[in-house]
Ligand binder design. Structure first.
Ligand code: ADP
Ligand code: MG
Length: 703
């Protein structure tokens, strides 16, 4: 051990077994100091049977010719030789008084320099009989040195750590083992004894000790439960703190929805709102009259009619003399919104503007000037609206479409929206990718949720089927038939990074269709590298039925609303995400003719197959979101990466949903009684959650 006492920040270089070279390798894995090692938890465990003599190993071999579990033995190295074969191999003869074991290491030629005849090795792995030879391939091994853990008298669980090429799980295990006892003694628990007892949670030091050096499976479970709960509780406390701050401290303009205004607004819409839409408008109006900044999520399937609801909120702001903004994830979508809203507002006094990144500098400067002066009432745009230099005069309502593409950070930018007061704008987030219930409690826990269910009147369902590439000929014949009946369609091709060569692929595919099944029909391509005018011109021609088929990348994923388009063919569909496929098929079935979506794919991965099966099985966006989470697994928390929040290391949803509920309840109660966690007994957990989530949740100005 080092001479100076160990602290949680002691550098790895000062730890036993770690020299300069290894320290560098540890650091490159993010393992810089003692606390890094402690929180680098094993991702699984291997059961290792108690050490037995080599001669007894064959008894552990099952009917399939190898041992079920990891077995361990030790012996003296009798021979080391280089084997020959396709992979470089080192063969070692290990002997004790009872027998002989052949060890084979593949792809590790350097071991020849480290293992020599006469040394004693301890090995653990699966044994099998190769003819009459007892063999163990790529075992864990160690020299029988005085620092090695004492031979286990009984079976044990061995931690397996995620490792790198230079740092093996074994090396990490050793480093952790050497410091574990001293290090966990330094951990202060932020939960009181009484609190933990009530919820049957082990102490923090115990939990870490058990995870690194488990005694049995039950204690591993209980330790994980403690750490998972911690993660969930800290996030919930942060979210609740923020919510409390918003409701108690922040102010937003209060606005009334008068009957007069309601009448004027509905006169602008070329259809009647559904009951469900009316109800959501009422929910929003209820928020807007509070004087507390609204933070609401509006979820509803693609084409469910969210935008028009959002427009009502914007018009409420304008009627009260404030500004409103609508933020879209892509230029194409911003343009679409702008056009359809312009149509609805024709002849009114509402001053509408569009701001996108591709706008010429002069035009942009003028637009920003008018915005800051209050000469624009509603501005629609992309990320460009979040950039420096964009100043609102008196923004009161900010609507963010397709929230999963914008992070919490970006949304925070919209919180500063007014030159005249300290008020902040109301926010409405619209998404067609509903957040599974399990997640809505976490990252989005500060959002109130409104939902539009089902289809709009006059809409037809979209039927979806999957065909193999071989069967795709018939699909295009069908598309041609639809065209000949006066309908239109989309063909979507996967493009990873809209590079030159990819775009050439689109061209090739288009040419193939043109000279083949779609000959004589009017085909155009569209992708993200086209400039706006070009794209708009194509969309205009498509809307006017001057184009029959659009061959496109996922630029058409959101927003395109052409009721006469009835069929969408998606090439290599297994390469798209589930939410994306659902969005894409939402481009059809927007009129009176039933939509059809055909997925062409020969999936090569189980995930790809699962996605296709899921998308064919249901049209329900909420179900799709749940399935998406199941397929992608807990590692890919929807929105967690984009939101800037660190993903959970231990907790996993939906598995830990019950823990999440418990954390939620507790967090609500805590924040109710101590809104900024300033009580001394909350100081430690407050510090930890601020460090973890403070920035991402924007808690800096909360407490
Ligand atoms: P979303 O934003 O939810 O994907 P939109 O708001 O773009 O859906 O609505 C899709 C289309 O349906 C738009 O053309 C819109 O004008 C139309 N629409 C919305 N509400 C209704 C309604 N109640 N009746 C008929 N058409 C509607
Ligand atoms: Mg939409």
């Amino acid at each position: 051990m080092s001479k100076t006492p160990l602290t949680l920040t002691t550098d790895v270089l000062e730890l036993p077994h770690i020299g300069q070279r290894h320290a560098t390798a540890f650091r490159s894995m993010g393992l810089r100091c003692v606390s890094d090692l402690i929180i680098h938890l094993p991702h699984r465990y291997e059961r290792e049977e108690a050490e037995i003599p080599i001669g007894s190993l064959p008894e552990l071999i099952g009917p399939d010719g190898s041992s079920d579990t990891q077995v361990s033995s030790r012996g003296e190295v009798a021979k080391v030789k280089r084997g020959f074969g396709r992979k470089p191999r080192i063969e070692i003869q290990l002997e004790d008084e009872t027998g002989r074991l052949e060890i084979v290491f593949f792809n590790q030629p350097w071991l020849q320099k480290r293992i020599h005849p006469g040394q004693t090795l301890r090995v653990a792995g699966k044994v099998r009989l190769h003819g009459s030879t007892l063999q163990m391939a790529n075992p864990r091994w160690e020299h029988d040195d005085p620092d090695a853990p004492a031979p286990a008298g009984e079976a044990r669980l061995l931690p397996v750590y995620s490792a790198s090429e230079q740092v093996s799980s074994m090396m990490i295990a050793r480093a952790v083992d050497a410091i574990l006892d001293d290090a966990v003694d330094l951990l202060h628990d932020h939960l009181s004894d009484a609190y933990r007892r009530e919820r049957a949670l082990p102490r923090l030091d115990e939990a870490y000790r058990q995870l690194h050096r488990p005694t049995d499976e039950d204690s591993v479970k209980s330790a994980r439960r403690r750490l998972a709960f911690d993660e969930l509780l800290q996030l919930q406390l942060g979210v609740m703190m923020k919510r409390h701050h918003r409701i108690q401290t922040l102010r937003a303009p209060a606005m009334e929805l008068s009957e007069e205004l309601q009448r004027r607004m509905s006169a602008r819409i070329p259809f009647t709102l559904t009951e469900n839409q009316e109800q959501v408008v009422a929910e929003i109006a209820g928020d807007l009259q509070q004087g507390v900044p609204m933070n609401r999520l509006l979820q509803g399937d693609v084409g469910a009619g969210k935008t028009v609801v959002g427009l009502q909120a914007m018009l409420m702001a304008v009627a009260a003399g404030h500004q409103a903004t609508l933020l879209a994830p892509t230029e194409l979508l911003a343009e679409q919104h702008s056009m359809s809203i312009e149509r609805m507002l024709e002849g009114s006094r509402v001053r509408l503007a569009l701001l996108t990144g591709s706008m010429p500098a002069r035009e942009r400067a003028q637009c920003l000037e008018r915005l800051a002066a209050g000469d624009i009432d509603i501005i629609i745009g992309t990320h460009a609206l979040l950039s420096k230099g964009v100043e609102f005069h008196n923004l009161a309502v900010a609507i963010i479409d397709e929230q999963h593409r914008f992070g919490v950070h970006q949304r925070a930018v919209l919180r500063r929206g007014r030159a005249d007061t300290d008020d902040v704008p109301h926010q409405l987030v619209m998404t067609a990718t509903p957040i599974p219930r399990t997640l809505s409690l976490t990252i989005f826990g500060d959002l109130d949720v409104s939902t539009i269910h089902g289809r709009l009147p006059g809409r037809s369902p979209v039927s979806t089927r999957h065909v193999t590439a071989e069967e795709s000929g018939a699909v295009y014949v069908e598309l041609a038939e639809r065209i000949d009946r006066g309908e239109q369609g989309f063909v979507v091709v996967p493009v990873i990074d809209e590079s030159e060569s990819m775009l050439k692929d689109i061209g090739t595919h288009m040419a193939d269709l043109q000279s083949g099944p779609l000959s004589g029909r009017r085909i155009e391509s569209m992708h993200g590298r086209m400039d706006r005018e070009h794209r708009e011109a194509i969309m205009e021609r498509f809307r006017n039925r001057e184009i029959d088929v659009l061959v496109a990348t996922t630029v058409i994923e959101v927003g395109i609303d052409v009721p006469n388009a009835t069929m969408i063919v998606i090439e290599q569909a297994d390469r798209f995400g589930l939410a994306q496929l659902h969005q894409l098929r939402g481009r059809v079935g927007r009129g009176s003719i039933a939509g059809e979506c055909v997925l062409i794919a020969d999936p090569v991965t189980p995930d790809g197959e699962a996605r296709l099966e899921a998308i064919v099985s249901t049209n329900d966006g909420f179900r799709i979101a749940e399935l998406d989470m199941e397929i992608r697994g807990p590692g890919e928390l929807v929105g967690s990466r984009q939101s800037g929040l660190p993903p959970f290391a231990v907790a996993s949803l939906p598995r830990d949903f019950e823990l999440l509920r418990m954390a939620r309840r507790d967090a609500e109660a805590w924040i109710e009684s101590d809104p900024t966690l300033e009580a001394p007994e909350h100081a430690l957990i407050r510090r930890r959650l601020m460090k973890r989530h403070g920035e991402a949740l924007g808690l800096v100005d909360v407490g």
